[in-house]
Design a protein around this ligand. Structure first.
Ligand SMILES: *[C@@H]1O[C@H](CO)[C@@H](O)[C@H](O)[C@H]1NC(C)=O
Ligand SMILES: *[C@@H]1O[C@H](CO)[C@@H](O)[C@H](O)[C@H]1NC(C)=O
Ligand SMILES: *[C@@H]1O[C@H](CO)[C@@H](O)[C@H](O)[C@H]1NC(C)=O
Ligand SMILES: *[C@@H]1O[C@H](CO)[C@@H](O)[C@H](O)[C@H]1NC(C)=O
Ligand SMILES: *[C@@H]1O[C@H](CO)[C@@H](O)[C@H](O)[C@H]1NC(C)=O
Ligand SMILES: *[C@@H]1O[C@H](CO)[C@@H](O)[C@H](O)[C@H]1NC(C)=O
Ligand SMILES: *[C@@H]1O[C@H](CO)[C@@H](O)[C@H](O)[C@H]1NC(C)=O
Ligand SMILES: *[C@@H]1O[C@H](CO)[C@@H](O)[C@H](O)[C@H]1NC(C)=O
Ligand SMILES: *[C@@H]1O[C@H](CO)[C@@H](O)[C@H](O)[C@H]1NC(C)=O
Ligand SMILES: *[C@@H]1O[C@H](CO)[C@@H](O)[C@H](O)[C@H]1NC(C)=O
Ligand SMILES: *[C@@H]1O[C@H](CO)[C@@H](O)[C@H](O)[C@H]1NC(C)=O
Ligand SMILES: *[C@@H]1O[C@H](CO)[C@@H](O)[C@H](O)[C@H]1NC(C)=O
Length: 496
């Protein structure tokens, strides 16, 4: 085996040299976007910020799988969709059975489908949205034959479908914040936004990954109810139901919910929804670096990089509260900049540049935004924790997370465990670990935990809290890309 690796390496190096002039990876920004003088004047941008915004937007556009999402006809609802009399949530509207993966950076052996389906708004009405499904070519989390014969009794097996085709255990995956406009749908981004943190890791482990683009991301002309967590929990349930209805022989009826960051918050909200509105097949929830009391998390940081999140939440509140306007929370400059994010269809990186307020020297948020009635409404209606939920739930949290802060998460866990001591909540804190890296630090643990749910292993009863310290200390541990990745995934343009 070792010999074969050696041989491969030599071949690679040889063809690497043979490739001649290598293309610098920084040339792959597939956009020449420029802000107009009118856009710059309206938002009072310094030249440095103009440059940062242009680079950020070019970077974001380069992350599209070919088409810009806003130019991709896939995201248009079929003409037969009647918005006055829409079909019920969970209905499939359109299916792209085999997504052309040429312009995606998805690992070998995985295939993808995209679909449009009907989701449900916070207020209970139907709304169209998009989602993707990933499955690996051959393997399952365990051999499919064993799986079909196992005592876990998966619904599709009982229905006899296992003998006619592959059966994948289903994960409902809630993505982290990609942005707040139509252009930010993970299903149209070449590495699906969360890449190896979650969707690739889960698909490679043999699961079918069903992942909604939250409403407003993808399908045109719908304002994203950003961080109105019960809305995104609706997206999760209805996309899973829609996918299961379209691929009954492929997807198990049983499902585990997983997510990190905003996705962790959505996962927790989904577990709370499951308590109130039980859905058959639910096996449990894994919430990583979850936002729980979002405003407390933001206030704890008190940093300009949170401005975009607050502006995004204001946008979300504007979709659900008739008496609220984003100018209740944002200064005139903040409103102008947020309008520009919408106009140029920026995502998280661009929104961050426009909202960072020149290093915090400009005021984007109104003083006291967090003490308005809308903030109160937001806490009352979207908070995670201190509420009943359907277990089992695994919560993993880095103690040095600068976004979803460990003390806030720990407080929410405590409040939940005090009020609902019989709920099955396993809380694990990882020392020296931050927001996204906790998914890597704990990968073995959460993958095992998910497998246990499908294997029918009983989860631990009651609440448990555990802290993991690095057994070998932190010396030499990769901490670059402290908050996120140490890489960007690029195309192989050399064909080697
Ligand atoms: C790419 O990087 C190289 C080396 O760092 C630099 O010389 C070149 O100007 C860069 N090209 C672009 C288009 O940024
Ligand atoms: C516009 O930007 C300039 C330079 O950063 C700053 O001095 C000025 O206060 C800003 N005006 C507003 C309304 O934010
Ligand atoms: C900002 O950019 C404009 C247009 O490129 C240029 O005319 C102006 O001199 C620049 N201002 C500063 C302060 O560099
Ligand atoms: C670059 O963008 C154009 C226009 O959106 C698109 O047709 C093309 O496929 C993209 N190329 C790559 C490598 O993404
Ligand atoms: C997939 O996309 C690539 C790049 O746009 C294109 O060259 C190829 O023809 C497409 N394949 C199919 C089967 O449509
Ligand atoms: C099937 O279930 C049995 C009983 O729970 C378990 O011992 C066995 O490991 C499972 N098989 C696989 C392949 O997971
Ligand atoms: C199998 O399914 C039946 C009917 O839903 C249920 O009663 C039984 O408990 C299940 N068995 C296991 C091992 O999960
Ligand atoms: C979205 O709204 C714009 C402006 O109202 C309109 O021109 C466009 O046709 C709409 N797009 C779709 C796909 O409905
Ligand atoms: C609101 O934010 C301010 C400034 O960060 C902080 O001092 C205050 O305690 C916050 N109030 C609430 C209710 O969160
Ligand atoms: C939030 O909940 C508290 C306690 O139930 C209540 O007093 C308050 O009126 C609520 N605020 C809003 C805006 O819903
Ligand atoms: C949570 O509860 C534990 C044990 O009761 C306590 O040690 C810890 O300080 C509490 N954490 C927070 C953030 O309240
Ligand atoms: C690692 O975590 C421990 C315990 O919280 C802390 O004392 C130590 O300073 C951390 N080390 C680094 C390098 O962050």
């Amino acid at each position: 085996m070792a010999m074969r690796y050696c041989a491969l390496l030599v071949i690679c190096l040889t063809s690497d040299f043979a490739a001649g002039n290598l293309i610098s990876q920084n040339n792959t920004f597939n956009s020449t976007f420029r802000l107009t003088p009118a856009q710059i004047a309206a938002t009072n941008l310094t030249n440095a910020t103009v440059q940062n915004v242009e680079i950020a937007l070019r970077f974001e556009r380069s992350n599209n799988a070919g088409y810009l999402i806003q130019d991709d006809p896939f995201y248009h609802v079929p003409a037969s969709y009647n918005s006055q009399d829409p079909p019920p949530p969970g209905t499939i509207l359109k299916v792209e059975e085999h997504t052309n993966l040429t312009l995606y950076t998805i690992p070998n052996s995985i295939s993808m489908s995209r679909f449009l389906y009907v989701s449900e708004t916070f207020n209970g009405s139907s709304v169209p949205a998009s989602a993707y499904v990933l499955v690996k070519i051959s393997a399952s989390a365990q051999p499919i034959e064993d799986y079909a014969n196992n005592a876990t009794n998966l619904t599709a097996c009982k229905d006899g479908n296992a003998s006619t085709g592959p059966l994948y255990p289903t994960i409902g995956l809630c993505h982290g914040t990609s942005g707040q406009t139509q252009a930010c749908a993970p299903s149209g981004l070449r590495s699906l936004w969360d890449d190896f943190h979650e969707p690739f890791a889960l698909a490679l482990a043999g699961y079918a990954v069903v992942a909604p683009d939250y409403v407003g991301l993808g399908v045109p002309n719908i304002t994203s109810p950003y961080f109105i967590l019960p809305s995104q929990a609706n997206d999760l349930y209805h996309s899973v139901a829609a996918a299961q209805s379209h691929w009954p022989g492929m997807l198990s009826k049983e499902f585990v919910i997983a997510g990190q960051s905003q996705g962790g918050a959505v996962a927790w909200a989904a577990a709370q929804r499951q308590h109130q509105r039980p859905v058959e097949g639910y096996l449990g929830t894994m919430a990583a670096s979850p936002f729980t009391d979002v405003i407390a998390d933001i206030v704890a940081d008190n940093a300009a990089e949170n401005n975009a999140r607050v502006a995004g939440i204001a946008q979300g509140l504007d979709t659900v509260l008739p008496d609220f306007s984003i100018s209740d929370w944002l200064t005139p400059l903040g409103v102008a900049r947020w309008n520009l994010v919408q106009e140029i269809k920026g995502c998280g990186t661009t929104g961050g540049q426009l909202s960072a307020a020149e290093g915090g020297t400009l005021q984007i948020l109104k003083d006291g935004w967090n003490e308005t009635w809308a903030a109160d409404w937001y806490r009352n209606n979207t908070m995670n924790g201190g509420k009943a939920f359907a277990g089992p739930m695994l919560v993993i949290q880095g103690t040095q997370d600068p976004n979803a802060n460990e003390p806030v998460t720990s407080k929410s866990v405590n409040e939940t465990c005090v009020l609902y001591p019989d709920s099955q909540l396993e809380y694990i804190r990882w020392e020296n670990i931050t927001h996204v890296p906790v998914l890597y630090a704990a990968q073995h643990l959460w993958l095992d935990w998910i497998k246990d749910r499908f294997d029918g292993v009983a989860a631990t009863e009651g609440c448990s809290v555990e802290t993991k310290s690095p057994p070998r200390g932190v010396n030499g541990v990769q901490f670059a890309g402290f908050n996120d990745n140490t890489w960007f995934i690029e195309y192989d343009v050399y064909g080697i």
